[in-house]
Ligand binder design. Structure first.
Ligand code: NAD
Length: 390
């Protein structure tokens, strides 16, 4: 999330002698772990941002970073984002992220992922990993063979499988909450809704919208994908660059990030922007303000696309799809609360959601100072040998 409000104001002046530790202080991280195993080609970094609410959960991505600094910046930024996403979603999880430095098309090996799994295991549950960009189900299975601290594993291994149906359901709830705020009714019947992308999330979303009688427009850079979805849901297909200038009630970006930017914002004609893509606003602060001035209601992306995280986290308590969908349905109320808070304080909706997430972390953090049986840590024989925070 470039120029994100999630990047806090600098807390301390850069100390030339300790630039990295300073960065952790400024970004409010608890821990940064560098993993190196040259024999298997592993260069990885794990960032744990905040564990006030629970273990730090966040995917691991494999990416050919151009420099070490780029990888560090990415893992710090992404793990911080996970803290906010979990907090606003009411989950008892903190924020973490892993990055494996390497080319995901040529450098994948079993031993590389198993080595990464061992580093995750060494963190003893402070970090729970999951699939992210550049990773496949098979790679996750290798990690899983070395550590139980993995979520989002395939259904065949007892996990939750593809998260996109629950993500799409959460986005649908976020769209209905936005309609309630903008039109006074959550009904989407007859509403002109433009969906950018015809992938996994978009497909499940379009099915919900079709059932409600919405007038759907869909686009994809692969025309056949858009055609297939249109055929199934009765949507109209539009060219990828035409979606921005279409007269819509609701624009739902479900493809890629940064689509509300300096080039597109003046063309967008709608009342609501609410989609499943991550980082919809190119510059959260600037474009969030511009949308507010134009009276376009923006449903913060990390709030309404949290169904995927909710789905994955449900695995930790024994996966049950109905329960995951019930939790994802709460995105409706959370989105309304954010809109109301933004209205009351005259701020953007994205800023409001960041503030509400921080408030929850601070409030729940106060509770964990009270001693309870949860503060006890047992050894392997089940004897209590350490009591934390008492
Ligand atoms: P996907 O790869 O299945 O679908 C993305 C689709 O967007 C593809 O069909 C692709 O061809 C299309 N696309 C790419 N660029 C485009 C463009 N310029 N114009 C139109 N179409 C374009 O991905 P997905 O799983 O459906 O995820 C969609 C978005 O939602 C991503 O930003 C992802 O990060 C986010 N997201 C997904 C989940 C999930 O559970 N899958 C969870 C949270 C967030």
């Amino acid at each position: 999330m470039e120029d994100s409000l999630l990047i806090p104001e600098k807390k301390s002046e850069t100390d030339k002698n300790f630039p990295l530790i300073n960065e952790l202080v400024n970004m409010e991280h608890e821990q940064l772990v560098f993993c190196s195993r040259p024999e298997v080609g592993l260069k990885a970094i794990i960032a744990i941002h905040d564990t006030t609410l629970g273990p730090a959960l966040g995917g691991v991505r494999m990416w050919k970073y151009r420099s070490e600094n780029e990888a560090i910046k990415d893992v710090l930024r992404l793990s911080r984002g996970m803290t906010y996403k979990s907090a606003i979603s009411g989950l008892n999880l903190g924020g973490g992220k892993g990055v494996i430095i390497g080319d995901s098309s040529t450098e994948k090996t079993e031993e590389l992922f198993r080595a990464f799994g061992r580093y995750v295991d060494g963190l003893a549950g402070r970090y729970i990993t999951a699939e992210d960009v550049g990773m496949s189900e098979k790679d996750m299975e290798w990690i899983f063979s070395e550590t139980k601290y993995v979520a989002g594993i395939p259904k065949s291994l007892g996990g939750s499988g593809d998260p996109s149906p629950v993500t799409a359901y959460g986005v649908y709830m976020g769209i209905k909450a936005s309609a309630k705020k903008a039109y006074g009714s959550e009904s989407l019947e007859g509403k002109r809704i433009g969906i950018q992308g015809a992938g996994s999330v978009a497909t499940h979303l379009a099915r919900h919208l079709q059932k409600e009688g919405a007038d759907i427009f869909v686009t994809d850079i692969f025309e056949e994908k858009a055609n297939r979805l249109a055929k199934e849901t009765g949507a109209s297909v539009v060219d990828p660059d035409k979606i921005y200038s279409l007269d819509l009630d609701i624009f739902s970006p479900c493809a890629l990030g940064g689509v509300v930017n300096d080039d597109t914002i003046d063309h967008i004609k709608c009342d609501i922007i609410a989609g499943g893509a991550n980082n919809i606003l190119d510059n959260e602060k600037k474009h969030g303000e511009m949308l507010r001035e134009r009276k376009i209601l923006y449903a913060p992306d990390y709030v309404i696309n949290a169904g995927g995280l909710i789905n994955v986290s449900s695995e930790l308590e024994g996966y049950n799809e109905r329960r995951a969908l019930e939790k994802a349905a709460r995105i409706y109320d959370t989105t309304i609360d954010i809109f109301d808070y933004a209205d009351r304080h005259g701020i953007t909706t994205n800023k409001a959601s960041n503030i509400l997430a921080e408030k929850r972390i601070q409030a729940v953090g106060k509770v964990s100072t009270i001693y309870s049986s949860k503060s006890q840590i047992s050894n392997r024989e089940g004897e209590i040998y350490y009591k934390s925070r008492c």
